[in-house]
Design a binder for this molecule. Structure first.
Ligand code: GLP
Length: 270
């Protein structure tokens, strides 16, 4: 069951918001606003960290805020299985390069699934570590073209927890741009489950560009189905979806989302 949203800054429950912005930079500023607000009220907040190109503008915007993030704790969403330690495209390396270093996080406070021993039991340990930290306050999410969040490919149970999965060929092809060839993209990964993600107190899902339009429609307005894992966000009380015009181009209710955002109450925040 999704957690209570009673701790949300605006104090209300059942907040679901789709915000359509003109650019990925504008989206990054909005997501950074939400993170800044959280960290100012709780300097050791727990952030769920996504990799991929989508959150880069968020990290950049946040780095520009001059905040002390040294006490923030972080849990990465996912990791490849089978890459040699220190591989530049391992998500540990990516998180270090794109999040920990530029934002001044403390490396020991940032976990990546599978970073602490045998992979077979890494999922259980990761779940325990998240619980011990008191749960994730704000989870940043991108979405893949298959509709995956984290590396939860189609068919993932909405109750799933952190575990090893097999990547779809589509995801391997999409991620081949970070490797020399598609054959170099690992076939396996370890990912927070949809149940893990739904356990975070606030989800901020970002998507940019035409290539994400179908996945965004599925996640926001489609049937809630494990065939489109991103649709799990519809079960959560506290979701903010921030998309650019291209990624929003298939949304049936885009006009309403724009209208609601333009007329938001003065005290409403993401
Ligand atoms: C990868 C990651 C996801 C990410 C998705 C989209 O498969 N495991 O967490 O959301 O790709 O990536 P991008 O943001 O680069 O489009």
């Amino acid at each position: 069951m999704p957690p209570s949203s009673a701790s949300h800054p605006n104090g209300s429950a059942d907040v679901a918001e789709v915000v359509i912005v003109e650019s990925a930079d504008a989206a990054g500023e909005l997501a950074a606003d939400a993170i800044e607000h959280l960290v100012r009220s709780r300097p050791d907040a727990v952030l769920g960290l996504a990799t991929g190109s989508t959150p880069l503008t968020t990290w950049r915007a946040l780095a520009g805020r001059g905040l002390d993030l040294s006490r923030v704790r972080g849990f990465a969403l996912d990791e490849y299985v089978g890459l040699p330690a220190g591989h530049p495209e391992s998500y540990r390396s990516v998180i270090t390069r794109e999040v920990v270093e530029p934002l001044g996080l403390t490396p020991e406070r940032v976990r990546v699934p599978g970073d602490d021993g045998p992979i077979e039991t890494a999922g259980e340990r990761y779940e325990r570590a998240i619980d011990d930290a008191g749960g994730v306050d704000l989870q940043v999410l991108g979405i893949g073209r298959t509709g995956h969040i984290g590396f939860n490919e189609p068919g993932s149970s909405f109750a799933s927890l952190t575990r090893v999965k097999t990547l779809t060929q589509q995801t391997r092809i999409d991620n081949a741009r970070f490797f020399d060839s598609v054959e170099d993209v690992p076939m396996h990964c370890i990912t927070q489950g949809l149940g893990t993600i739904l356990g975070a107190r606030h989800l901020v899902l970002l998507a940019f560009g035409e290539a994400k339009a179908a996945a965004v429609v599925g996640a926001v307005e489609g049937a809630v189905t494990s065939s489109l894992p991103g649709s799990a966000i519809q079960l959560h009380r506290q979701v903010t979806v921030i998309v650019d015009e291209a990624a929003a181009s298939g949304l049936a209710h885009a006009d309403y989302y724009r209208y609601a955002w333009a007329n938001r109450l003065e005290w409403e925040r993401l």
